[in-house]
Design a protein around this ligand. Structure first.
Ligand SMILES: O=C(O)CCC(=O)C(=O)O
Ligand SMILES: [Fe+2]
Length: 157
């Protein structure tokens, strides 16, 4: 779980609250307050879409691991772990958000994650190599400011 606290920014056009990234795990459940600032990249990667705050609503993000293990194979790239960022806080109040990350637990540290075997065929080849969760976290950390899709690192085709 991560609690985020974004202070009001005097020059919001010159920085970001959080740089573009995708979440590494399976799913993220996020709750944000009424200030706003979260944006997701549209599927065609052309523009940013504001995720408008709705009181009591939860935001569910598909993470990299879900994309790698399942969705790409089923959907042929229709579903992706969403690229998102947070604008610098241009309001006078702090912005607060809380994210809960659903990741494989420590017991699964040695496990390999990759496209489900039963979904792979000559028609639907595996798009990703098998990898450990620790490798994903490592790539995520080393990639922190480069803003590259982490899934690209494990992509085969
Ligand atoms: O603060 C937000 O709305 C987004 C936070 C986020 O992207 C994250 O914790 O991964
Ligand atoms: Fe995120």
């Amino acid at each position: 779980m991560a609690g985020h606290y974004y202070l009001p920014c005097p020059e919001p056009d010159r920085t970001l609250g959080s740089v573009l990234h995708t979440d590494v795990g399976v799913l993220t459940v996020l709750i944000q307050d009424e200030i706003g600032g979260l944006q997701v990249k549209s599927m065609k990667d052309e523009y940013w879409v504001d995720v408008k705050p709705i009181p009591g609503a939860l935001i569910i993000n598909v993470g990299d691991l879900l994309q790698i293990c399942m969705l790409d194979i089923i959907s042929n790239d229709e579903y992706k772990s969403v690229e998102h960022r947070v604008l610098a806080n241009s309001s006078n109040e702090p912005r607060i958000s809380v994210a809960i990350f659903f990741n494989p637990g420590r017991r699964g540290e040695a496990d390999l994650y990759g496209p489900l075997q039963e979904l792979i065929s000559t028609k639907n080849p595996a798009y990703y190599s098998n990898s450990k969760m620790s490798e994903h976290v490592e790539v995520f950390r080393s990639n922190a400011l480069a803003c590259n899709r982490i899934t690209n690192h494990f992509k085969l085709l």
